[in-house]
Structures are given as C-alpha cells and as structure tokens.
Design a binder for this molecule. Structure first.
Ligand code: MBD
Ligand code: FE
Length: 281
C-alpha cells in the first residue's frame, strides 16, 4: 500500500478549505439588492422542492445532519466545485472567443515553481503511469503568437491524488508554472493522469452512495494559461476514450477540451498538441 492510499476525505477537505481561505480574496457582499434577490431565490427553490416532493421530518433531519457533516469534513469547496462551479464558469466565460475554459476545482495552488519550456513536471523517480508529452502554442484570437505566455499546470497522479492534499507526496509533485518560449511554444513532459474518484469517505461520498450516483471524473490536466495584456483562462483537458468524458460528476467536460494523444515515434509514452487562444483584456 502506498502512502497516498491513506488519504482521507477529512484530510483533503480540511486542506482544500484552508487553501481557499488563504488564497481567495474577494470583496464582501455589499450589494443588498443582489444578496436579497439571489439568496431569496435559493431559499425559494429549496422550499419549492420541500412542498412539491412532500419532504418529511426524517428527510429534513437527514439533510440537516448531512449539511453539518459537509462542514465538519471540510467538503464545502468540494461540494460547490463539483455541483455548482460549472454554471458559474459558464456565466463568467460566456463572452470569450478564444479557448474554452472550465472549472478550477478545489486543488489549485498558486505559486508553483517556474520552469522555461521545454519543461518536465516535478515527479518521483518511480512516478507511476504513462509518460505524456503535452505541447502546443499560445496565440491571440487573431492567431498571433504571444511572447511571455505562461502555463500553470497541475494534475493528480496515477492513483488520483494531488500533492499537498494527500499525505506522502513531494510538495510540488505534478505542479509547475511553465514559461513558453518567445514564439509562444511550450513543451511539457509529465505522466498521463488516471480517471479520478472524488473522496468517497466524506459527506460528498455519503450523498453519492445514498443517491446511487458515481464519484468519477474523467482523467484531466488542470491549466491556467496567461500572457501580458490578455485574459487568463482556467481550463482542463481530458482524454478521448475515457468513459467518464461522457459522464463527469462535475459536469465540466466540453467537446473542445478532449485530447487524442498518439504513441510517440521514439516509443516513450504518448504525445499530444493543444493550442491555446487567449482573449484580449
Ligand atoms: C477534482 O480533481 C476536480 O478537478 C474537481 C472539479 C472536483 C474534485 C476533484
Ligand atoms: Fe482535478
């Protein structure tokens, strides 16, 4: 048994909650009209559900106990990112003409070590999985190369664990900020990630089991791509043939984001090209 299999929902949830508090600085809600309208609609949607489904006291108390447990397990970031963030992202990126974005998820960490392309993500000597060369270039919507582009990349290992959210992994395992060359080209060597199951032993897992759903996300690379004068895009890339591409628990797959890697001529793993297009600021 590797150390990663000792990861618990409560440990990764506590980590995700702590990182959210550290890293996300947002203005307090000051627009009373917006708060009243949005909170009012959410409360009404819950009440409509109770009335239409004739929710019992047993069911109401099960909900109350479960909501308490989501907090105790630190799983509010996980719950919201899995079941709500995709709609927030759809609204936020509706006007973009460049590359498609998708959700950030709960396991991003700012400040990963920087490396100029060609780069190799930090990994263990015996990192399991199939080597993957991920390459491409970064342009604006007119197709012009963007010097100074950078690609933050993070992903789970072959067992589905993210560094700093599971015990026993090197601090920045499979996380890097890659600086593209003067022509906006990048080459990143990593391991192809595996399909990913969200923690099953916490409150979110309890809901999934109780509802008879599944806990899987397709294998994915997470990315934040930026260049001076352009809007940063937060996205994910998936892999053709993965059964969960059509059935992602987080509803975060878009057809434009599915890669089809091929075997490398030198026999060492797989390679794939994906080009990013950034919208102007
Ligand atoms: C993940 O790795 C992820 O990307 C999302 C959105 C939710 C849970 C775990
Ligand atoms: Fe993820």
């Amino acid at each position: 048994m590797t150390v990663e299999t000792q990861a618990t929902a409560a440990a990764s949830g506590a980590g995700a909650t702590a990182r959210f508090r550290e890293n996300k600085h947002f203005a307090a809600a000051t627009n009373q009209e917006r708060v009243s309208k949005i909170a009012g609609r959410v409360i009404k949607a819950i009440n409509d559900t109770v009335l239409e489904e004739e929710v019992s006291y047993d069911e109401y108390n099960a909900l109350k106990a479960w909501l308490i447990k989501v907090g105790e397990d630190g799983e509010w970031p996980l719950f919201l990112d899995v079941w709500v963030e995709h709609s927030v992202e759809e609204v936020a990126n509706a006007d973009r003409h460049g590359s498609k974005g998708t959700i950030e998820g709960p396991y991003y960490l700012p400040g990963s070590p920087e490396q100029h392309s060609p780069a190799t993500l930090p990994m263990r000597d015996d990192e399991p999985g199939t080597p993957l060369l991920f390459q491409g270039h970064v342009t604006n919507v007119a197709g012009q190369t963007l010097p100074g582009a950078s690609i933050e990349i993070w992903h789970a290992d072959d067992l589905g664990f993210y560094s700093q959210f599971a015990p026993g992994l090197p601090e920045w395992n499979l996380r890097r900020t890659v600086v593209a060359d003067q022509d906006g080209n990048f080459q990143i060597n990593t391991m192809q990630p595996a399909p990913y199951q969200i923690p099953t032993d916490g409150a979110c897992g309890q809901l999934i089991a109780a509802a008879g759903w599944h806990a899987w996300r397709p294998a994915h690379l997470h990315l934040k791509v930026s260049a001076p004068g352009h809007q940063l895009i937060t996205t994910q890339l998936y892999f053709e043939g993965d059964e969960h591409v059509a059935d992602d628990i987080a509803s975060a797959v878009k057809p434009e984001l599915v890669l089809a890697p091929t075997n490398r001529a030198d026999g060492v793993g797989r390679e794939v090209t994906y080009n990013f297009v950034l919208d102007p600021e």
